[in-house]
Design a protein around this ligand. Structure first.
Ligand code: DMJ
Length: 576
């Protein structure tokens, strides 16, 4: 699909993505609304239990230690497995608060959002002698600030006039500038570590990961668009292009590399640790910025993953040079992959892979970090579950795409496990060993930015009404704006919305439905309705089915709906 046919294919693919995202605000069938409200409130309580304990026992330090009700200034420890070169005088950056801001808006708590924004505006500084991991600091802090800035200026959650004067954007710009020295390498690939005050340290390691170089474009691209300073996007894009140029003839990448020589260190890779968000950012960058270059990279690498890593519903690792399988293991981080497949429209593959991850969750009560598929056993030293979000994230995407209530049941199981095994008096604790459920004294900030957010959105997606978002790999929403697109997709151009006469109506309708389906208008000018000419309702009003024949034609896409494994009519979309 790359090359000449690429733009057209990309466009029709984009329409599918828009469909999926615009379907977000559609009403759900199935699970009773009382039950949905009950589950939503259960997640809300989880979020506040984690948040309030952080605010009482840890704020303004980075993360909460829920068992001892103390704190850890962990920003400098993230990704630092050997805990090297730790700072002496670093007292935290209120990391968990930064990570919680967008979730507060998703939960509709604008008062607490405002309080957090104003505190950070007055107190946060990055002029600290702390060596941090560029990737972690980018997805958690820069992403948290950029997203919160957009939400603070958004019409729905806008802060009171006069209170907010772009302070979070100023902080984000300052942080972005502190990142830039990391990119000053012969290859343009960034160092994995940067000292926020002093830049790249002497004798700094030149080893980094594929994710570390290839998962910066959303946050840094958004920062460039918001500030008008092109340097952030340019640095991230140069690194991404260099990384892509290092692919093998099979279109595969390795997991670790040297930023000075541009040589691969670890040739084996999969869709989990060290590579995961590289794939994620290619497709999301395409959705957010509309540049065919991202799509072409994504499409080639997605096909290579399906060809060399996929084994039925599982994804093993392979050597980038030969495509031969190396490690057969399921890792907790891989569980984001079905969610990514939803964005592609590859719902059948997403569904089957998601079921396997859920099977393992159900078997242990949570998802272990590493499960050896070839031995059918846990990895001897990676038996932990640090409250990771990936399975909840994929469940959310699958529910949005299929409206199959089974995914809500999955969400319920996840919520019950989290409350049963990990909730303690002082917050939510990580699991050290899934065989004993022994706990560890750490509440990771992504529990608030991602795990709780995706579980909440599963039962209440009102945040998504009227606006399409891309969620960063850390769960921070960035709105999809036509003005951010290098080339405006046709679906965004109002002049192309031939059936829509009324501007308010146009805003509420998906641009996609105007492009794909033959539509008719009915009613007077006040109650103007757009009806899809192709719509055939499902046989049963509750959308239950036994065979495909009992399913109708989807009103938005004009595609035949099919009967899901759980017995509900839904859409199965594929790359055209
Ligand atoms: C998060 O920090 C991000 O999702 C990242 O991409 C990898 N996974 C962790 C949470 O598991």
């Amino acid at each position: 699909m790359a090359g000449a046919g690429s733009a057209a294919a990309s466009r029709s693919w984009l329409l599918l993505v828009l469909l999926l995202l615009s379907a977000f605000a559609a009403p759900a069938a199935g699970l009773g609304s009382a039950k949905k409200v009950y589950m939503r409130e259960k997640v809300r309580k989880m979020f506040y239990h984690a948040y309030e304990n952080y605010m009482v026992h840890a704020f303004p330090h980075d993360e909460l230690k829920p068992l001892t009700k103390t704190f850890t200034d962990s920003l400098s420890e993230l990704g630092n497995l050997k805990l090297e070169r730790l700072p002496q005088n670093y007292n935290g950056s209120a990391l968990t608060l930064v990570e919680s801001l967008s979730s507060l808006v998703v939960l509709g708590n604008y008062t607490e959002f405002e309080r957090g924004v104003l505190w950070l505006s007055d107190n946060l500084t990055f002029d600290v002698d702390a060596r941090v991991n560029l990737f972690e600091c980018n997805i958690r802090v820069l992403g948290g600030l950029v997203s919160a800035h957009i939400l603070a200026t958004d019409s729905k959650s806008r802060l009171e006039h006069g209170l907010y004067k772009n302070q979070l954007l100023d902080l984000a710009r300052d942080l972005g500038q502190r990142f830039l020295p990391a990119f000053e390498t012969p290859t343009g690939l960034p160092y994995a570590w940067i000292n926020l005050k002093y830049g790249v340290m002497e004798d700094e390691t030149t080893e980094t990961s594929t994710s570390g170089c290839g998962s910066l474009i959303l946050e840094m691209g958004a920062l460039s668009r918001l500030t008008g300073d092109p340097r952030f996007q340019a640095a991230a894009l140069r690194a991404l292009r260099k990384l892509w140029s290092m692919r093998s003839p099979l279109n595969l990448l390795g997991t670790t590399l040297d930023v000075v020589t541009g040589d691969w260190i670890e040739y084996s890779s999969g869709v989990g640790a060290g590579v995961d968000s590289f794939y994620e950012y290619l497709i999301k960058a395409y959705i957010l910025f509309g540049n065919d270059e991202f799509w072409d990279m994504f499409h080639s690498s997605y096909l290579a993953v399906q060809k060399y890593f996929r084994h039925g519903p599982w994804y093993h690792e392979a050597d980038m040079r030969t495509g031969k399988a190396t490690y057969w293991q399921l890792t907790s981080l891989q569980a984001f992959w079905p969610g990514l497949q939803i964005l592609v429209g590859d719902i059948a593959a997403a569904n089957s892979s998601h079921r396997e991850f859920f099977y393992v969750w159900d078997k242990f009560g949570v998802l272990p970090e590493r499960y050896l598929l070839d031995h059918g056993m846990l990895h001897p030293t990676e038996k932990y579950y640090p409250l990771r979000p990936e399975l909840a994230e994929s469940t959310f995407y699958l529910y949005q795409a299929t409206r199959d209530p089974w995914y809500m049941e999955v969400g319920e199981t996840i919520i019950n496990s989290l409350n049963y095994y990990t909730r303690v008096d002082g917050g939510f604790a990580s699991v050290r060993d899934v065989t004993t459920m022994e706990l560890e004294d750490h509440q990771h900030s992504f529990f608030l930015s991602e795990t709780c957010k995706y579980l909440y959105l599963l039962f209440d997606d009102s945040f998504l009404a009227g606006q399409n978002y891309v969620f960063t790999t850390e769960g921070h929403p960035l709105p999809i704006r036509g003005s951010w697109h290098e080339k405006l997709p046709e679906a965004y151009i109002p002049a192309n919305w031939t059936s829509v006469k009324n501007e308010n109506q146009a805003i509420r309708l998906s641009a996609l439905s105007q492009q794909v389906c033959p539509a008719t208008t009915t009613g007077g000018s006040i109650s103007l309705q757009i009806e899809s000419a192709c719509h055939i309702p499902d046989l049963h009003a509750d959308h239950r089915c036994r065979t495909d024949d009992e399913c109708g034609i989807d009103s938005t896409t004009c595609r035949k709906r099919v009967c899901s494994m759980a017995g509900f009519c839904g859409l199965w979309l594929f790359i055209p």
